[in-house]
Ligand binder design. Structure first.
Ligand code: ATP
Length: 503
C-alpha cells in the first residue's frame, strides 16, 4: 500500500514539474539518493536477516535434531521435556490453572549441547525454530537492538503462520550479552533498551494469532543476567547442562561415530574414560580429527592409533615444527619421565602416554590414563597430584643440578592445588578463612606443603635415578611411549629391555 502511494505521489509530482516548465531530473536524483540511504540502513543497520530465518527452504524451519541425537545430559533432557509437555498438553495445564511457560534458560559451559537441546525441543514440539545470538542485537546506534528484538518475535509469528505451525521457538544464544544487568554497560542506553524490549515481548506472549512462542535462552554466565529476566513469568525454568560424565561421553562418542568406520580395536568405553573434562563439542572434534588422520594415512578405518593422536591434538593442539637442540630434547625427556616415574610410583597404572613430540605450547607431555570421574578430592589425592606436577622439575634438578623454565606451568598447577588444600580446611592450619587468617601463617603453610612434596619427590627420583635415565633414553629414541610399555620398562621387564633404544 505504502509503495503505491509513493509511486502515485511521484507521478503526480513529475506531471506538475513538467507543466510548470521545471527540469525534474535533480528532484529524481535526490529521491534516488534518499531511497539508497534508506535501503542501506535497512540492511546494514535496522534490519538483520537472522541467518537461520531467511536462508532456508520452508521445510527447513523445523530442525531435524531430536533428543536421541544428544548423548548423555539425561537430567537436562528430562527437565526440558517435562517443561515442553506443559505446552503440548495445554488443555490439562489450563484446567489446573498453571501459568503458561514463556522462557527456559539453559546454563552451562561452552560446547555442552545447549544449541542442540533447543533444536531438539523445536523438533519435539514440531515448532518453527529461529536462532539469534545476543551479540547480533547490539549496535552502537541506540534503538537498533530493540527494533531487532521486535522483528525477531514478529518474524517468528509470521513464519509459523506461513508454514502452518502453531508454535515457534526462539533460541537466544549468549543471552548475557543481550540480557546483562542493566546500567552496567558504558553505552548502557542501547543495552537497556534492547533488554527492555525483550522483557516487553516476553510479557506480551500469548497464544496470539494461533501461534505460541517459547523463548529458550542459553548462557554460560547466568550470574551476569539481569534479575528481571529470571523473574517468574519470564525465564521460568532453568536447566543446567553440565559437562558430560563418563557414561554420557561414551554415548556422545557413539553418536558421532555412527556414520564412521571404526576399527574393532577401538573401545569407546576406554576413550570415554580418557576424556574426563571434555565437552560434547570436544568429543565431536576428537572423532573428526581421528577420521582426518585416517584419511591422511590412506586408511579405510579409524584405528586406535588415530584416536590416541587425535586425543593429544584436541588436548594440546597441532604438532609444531619446533626444532629443539639435542640437550634441550634430552632435558624434556628427563622432565617428562620424571612426571611419569612419580605418577607410577604413587599410583601404579596411572600413566596413559608419555611423549616428547611438541604440540601447541608444550614441548612434551605426560597424559594420565583414564580413571573414574571424580567429584571429591582427598588431601592424599591432592598431595599426590602436587608430587606428580613437581616430578618434572625435580628430575631436572637431580640429573642436571638445576631446573629450567619448562616447569613454569607445572609449578602454577602445584601452587593452585596447595592453595586449595589450605582453602578447603585440609591443611594443618585446620579450618581457616584466608581473609581473616594472617597472611604469613598462610604463606608458611603453603611453603610447608610444597617443601614436603619436593622432599618426597626428590626421594623417589634419587632412588630410581638409573631407571629414570634408562626410560628417558627410550623416550628420546622413540618419541612416544605408551602406558603399558612404560610400566614394562619401569619394572625392567626382560622383554622390554631387549626393545630398548640406547640414549
Ligand atoms: P556454546 O555455549 O559455545 O554456544 P553449546 O552448549 O550451545 O555451545 P552446541 O553448539 O549445542 O553447544 O554443541 C556444539 C557441537 O558439539 C554440536 O554440534 C555437537 O556436534 C556436539 N555436541 C555437544 N554436546 C553434545 C551432546 N550432548 N551429544 C552429541 N553431540 C554434542
Amino acid at each position: 500500500m505504502k509503495k503505491e502511494v509513493i509511486f502515485g505521489v511521484g507521478a503526480a509530482l513529475l506531471v506538475f514539474l513538467v507543466k510548470q516548465g521545471l527540469d525534474p531530473v535533480p528532484f529524481f536524483l535526490l529521491a534516488g539518493a534518499m531511497w539508497a540511504l534508506h535501503y542501506y540502513l535497512r540492511n546494514r543497520g535496522l534490519e538483520r536477516n537472522f541467518e537461520t530465518l531467511e536462508s532456508k527452504g520452508e521445510g527447513e524451519f523445523v530442525p531435524h535434531v531430536s533428543f536421541a541425537d544428544i548423548g548423555g545430559q539425561e537430567t537436562a533432557k528430562r527437565e526440558l521435556v517435562e517443561a515442553l509437555d506443559f505446552l503440548r498438553e495445554e488443555e490439562r495445564t489450563k484446567a489446573l490453572g498453571i501459568r503458561p511457560l514463556k522462557g527456559i534458560l539453559l546454563t552451562g559451559p561452552p560446547g555442552t549441547g545447549k544449541t542442540l537441546m533447543a533444536k531438539a525441543a523445536a523438533h519435539y514440539m514440531d515448532s518453527v525454530f529461529l536462532a539469534a545470538s545476543g551479540s547480533e542485537f547490539i549496535e552502537m546506534y541506540a534503538g537498533v537492538g530493540a527494533q531487532r528484538v521486535r522483528q525477531l518475535f514478529s518474524r517468528a509469528r509470521r513464519l509459523a503462520q506461513k508454514i502452518g505451525k502453531n508454535s515457534a521457538i526462539i533460541f537466544l544464544d549468549e543471552l548475557e550479552v543481550l540480557g546483562g544487568k542493566r546500567g552496567k554497560h558504558t553505552s548502557h542506553l542501547e543495552y537497556d533498551q534492547t533488554l527492555n524490549q525483550l522483557l516487553v515481548e516476553m510479557d506480551g506472549l500469548r497464544a496470539e494469532d494461533g501461534v505460541r512462542i517459547l523463548v529458550i535462552g542459553a548462557t554460560n554466565r547466568a550470574d551476569l543476567l539481569d534479575d528481571a529476566l529470571l523473574r517468574p513469568g519470564r525465564f521460568d525454568r532453568r536447566v543446567q547442562v553440565d559437562l558430560p560424565a563418563k557414561e554420557g561421553r561414551r554415548k556422545i562418542l557413539e553418536i558421532h561415530t555412527r556414520n564412521k568406520p571404526l576399527a574393532r580395536e577401538v573401545d569407546l568405553e576406554k576413550v570415554a574414560g580418557e576424556t574426563f573434562g571434555f565437552s560434547g563439542a570436544h568429543l565431536e572434534s576428537l572423532v573428526n580429527e581421528a577420521a582426518i588422520l585416517s584419511f591422511r594415512k590412506g586408511k579405510e578405518e579409524i584405528g586406535l592409533e588415530e584416536m590416541e593422536e587425535a586425543l593429544d591434538k584436541v588436548l594440546l593442539g597441532e604438532r609444531t615444527d619446533k626444532r629443539l637442540r639435542r640437550e634441550e630434547l634430552e632435558r624434556v625427556a628427563i622432565h617428562e619421565t620424571g612426571h611419569a616415574l612419580v605418577s607410577e610410583t604413587l599410583r601404579p597404572g596411572s600413566v596413559g602416554t608419555l611423549t616428547i613430540i611438541p604440540r601447541g605450547k608444550a614441548l612434551g607431555f605426560m597424559r594420565p590414563a583414564g580413571e573414574e570421574d571424580r567429584s571429591l578430592y582427598t588431601k592424599k589425592y591432592m598431595e599426590e597430584q602436587i608430587a606428580i606436577c613437581l616430578g618434572g622439575a625435580v628430575a631436572e634438578e637431580v640429573i642436571y643440578g638445576e631446573r629450567s623454565t619448562g616447569a613454569a606451568n607445572d609449578l602454577e598447577q602445584a601452587a593452585r592445588l596447595a592453595r586449595n588444600i589450605i582453602a578447603t580446611g585440609l591443611s594443618s592450619l585446620g579450618v581457616v578463612d584466608e581473609e581473616y587468617t594472617p597472611k604469613d601463617r598462610i604463606c608458611q603453610e603453603f611453603q610447608k606443603i610444597m617443601d614436603s612434596q619436593v622432599k618426597r619427590v626428590t626421594g623417589i627420583i634419587e632412588e630410581k635415578r638409573d631407571r629414570l635415565q634408562q626410560v628417558a633414553g627410550v623416550l628420546l629414541g622413540e618419541e612416544k611411549i605408551s602406558g603399558p610399555k612404560l610400566r614394562q620398562l619401569l619394572a625392567l621387564d626382560p622383554e622390554a629391555e631387549a626393545t630398548r633404544t640406547p640414549a
